[in-house]
Design a protein around this ligand. Structure first.
Ligand SMILES: [Zn+2]
Length: 187
């Protein structure tokens, strides 16, 4: 990272959104969020409930959905894991995308009987981004249209700033926090 203003402004990040009602996401497969006064469409990629004995196994179970989305669309997908309020080893994932190549809004949305955890997963696009789209511009607050090289196989500085979390790339699943990262699974 060269520290230029533009680069640090747009590097991939996972954004935390307020805990507002996004029931329409589960009902219709889409919702709209407001980012700095602009409307951004968010789409449901996948919803699933399953049993996994540990957090890491739960992440390994659902990560291929995010990886496949990134491979097909070259945009990011993300999910904040939910757990059952009665059965701790039952998980739910409401995987979404805002069609951004460089960011993904982490919305707290779970089905009835489930509650959001603080564990989040996001994927990076399959390949370098050469042109920023409108969703990229809204989420990063930049009106630049030219992308930059970045290491899509590692968590960005912005990712680490909001850590801990999990990053899914075409190669691996990584756990990261503010200071470090480690591979938990290789594809
Ligand atoms: Zn990232």
């Amino acid at each position: 990272m060269n520290g230029s203003h533009f680069k640090s402004a747009w590097v991939a990040m996972a954004m935390f959104m307020a805990c507002s009602s996004h029931a329409s996401l589960l009902e219709t497969g889409q919702t709209t969020i407001q980012v700095r006064g602009q409307s951004l469409a968010v789409e449901l990629v996948h919803q699933e409930q399953w049993m996994s004995p540990t957090l890491e196994e739960a992440v390994i179970h659902i990560a291929p959905v995010l990886r496949s989305h990134a491979a097909k669309t070259n945009t990011e997908a993300c999910v904040r894991l939910c757990t059952s309020m009665s059965e701790p080893s039952q998980w739910e994932a409401v995987v979404i995308t805002a069609h951004s190549q460089v960011a993904c809004p982490l919305i707290r949305v779970c089905s009835q009987g489930f509650e959001p955890t603080e564990h989040h997963i996001h994927s990076h696009p399959r390949q370098q981004v050469s042109r920023l789209n409108r969703a990229d511009q809204i989420l990063t607050g930049s009106d630049e249209s030219v992308g930059h090289d970045r290491n899509i196989h590692l968590p960005s500085r912005a990712d680490q700033a909001i850590g801990p979390g999990f990053l899914v790339t075409q190669r691996s699943i990584m756990w990261f926090d503010h200071r470090s990262h480690r591979v938990v699974h290789r594809f």
